[in-house]
Design a protein around this ligand. Structure first.
Ligand SMILES: [Mg+2]
Length: 389
């Protein structure tokens, strides 16, 4: 089988708000076509115009080859070999960051092709022992233009998540810091107030995670708030500190009494090595697209297993990435949850319309996917409606 072409689609929701902290408003969707009529689909969580340029830019020299040109004519089933070829060939421009994010979308599509070609769900080709079921957590980023609206809508959404059948949810509590939601600037105690309101609403028999999106500017300041959180039984605290403050992360691990989670932005196993060994994070959160695709995500899973850490994939995109996360979780025993943006509990039209899933939560769990490849179908009418030039 040979790769004949690659299509990149830049998608954007019609009501995009650049002051909202939600990357579910845009998407790069990549289709990889083959001479045997099989097409694979992948996506990545990155500015889609940047990702498209990373894929389509022509080669200029041997250390800056075009991703697209490197793929045409290759066998799409050679996922490991192609990952290395793309990584090495683009290394002067890439190595980390957006080029790896773009390689991730391509790699996801290649694994979709591999599954479809074999007539098997992709997880069967990833290796490892399949689990009986996988457990998503509902990821909740409410809207609201002031503190009270934000707190109250988060309480309402966590209750709705429970009603839909989830047993776990993550509260995005982004009240200050570099990515403060819609310009809010509350004091540190308000984070605890939102958490307490949600815990009170759902009661003790429900798992809560918290993501503050890099809000605190020092471990001292973060610890001053979260040291008092024992009663709320937070499963993990995500990205409490700036991404580069690995010493601060190590202190959070040592002193907070809460599992510390990070990794949503990290690309390649090399950045996860730093995060786990220097930053001591308890929960590694590779985003399948961003980290470099399923090929690289599986390596991060192996590294986490060697270090006795958990894997809980980040996913804030459409059903394409959710499916890729589900296939990863299916063969990763140290993956207790994976992130899931419920179509009913988001205002992202892309999430709601690009891929429709037939989610059936039973006791908070999902069955392992059984259709060939990633097992999803893109709604091409929706894709056309969201498509940008
Ligand atoms: Mg996050």
């Amino acid at each position: 089988m040979k790769i004949t072409d690659i299509d990149c689609h830049v998608l954007l929701v019609p009501d995009v708000r650049t002051d909202a902290t939600s990357s579910a408003q845009d998407d790069i969707v990549v289709f990889v076509h083959t001479d045997e009529g099989i097409t694979g689909v992948g996506e990545s969580d990155v500015n889609p115009w940047i990702a498209r340029a990373c894929i389509e830019a022509p080669s200029t020299h041997s250390m800056g080859l075009s991703l697209r040109e490197m793929l045409i004519g290759e066998n799409p089933l050679d996922t490991e070999l192609l990952w290395q070829k793309l990584y090495v060939g683009s290394c002067m421009n890439g190595r980390r960051g957006a080029v790896i994010n773009a390689i991730g979308a391509i790699d996801m599509a290649l694994w979709d092709i591999r599954g479809k070609a074999a007539g098997q769900p992709t997880w069967q080709l990833l290796g490892g022992t399949p689990r009986e079921a996988i457990q998503p957590y509902a990821s909740l980023q409410p809207n609201g233009n002031n503190f009270e609206e934000y707190r109250d809508s988060l309480v309402e959404w966590v209750l709705r998540a429970r009603t839909i059948g989830f047993r776990a949810a993550k509260l995005e509590i982004t009240l200050f810091g570099p990515y403060n939601h819609t310009g809010m600037n509350e004091n540190d105690d308000k984070v605890t107030e939102v958490l307490a309101a949600c815990r009170n609403a759902v009661g003790p028999d429900f798992t809560l995670m918290v993501d503050v999106q890099y809000a605190w500017d020092s471990a001292d300041r973060a610890l001053a708030t979260v040291r008092d959180w024992e009663e709320f039984e937070v499963y993990f605290l995500e990205t409490p500190l700036w991404v580069d403050d690995l010493e601060g992360y190590a202190r959070m691990h040592d002193e907070s009494g809460i599992r510390i989670a990070a990794g949503e932005w990290q690309t390649t196993r090399h950045e996860f090595e730093d995060l786990m060994d220097r930053g001591k994070v308890d929960v590694a959160q590779p985003d399948v697209g961003r980290v470099g695709g399923l090929t690289e995500a599986m390596k991060v899973c192996d590294m986490a297993a060697e270090r006795d850490r958990q894997i809980i994939p980040h996913c804030w995109k459409t059903g394409i990435s959710i499916s890729a996360s589900a296939h990863l979780a299916a063969v990763t025993p140290h993956c207790p949850y994976f992130e899931y943006l419920p179509a009913e509990l988001t205002d992202s039209k892309l999430r709601q319309e690009l891929v429709q899933d037939d989610l059936q939560l039973i006791d908070g769990k999902l069955a392992i996917p059984q259709k060939p490849g990633l097992g999803i179908e893109v709604n091409m009418d929706a894709l056309k409606r969201f498509k940008q030039d």
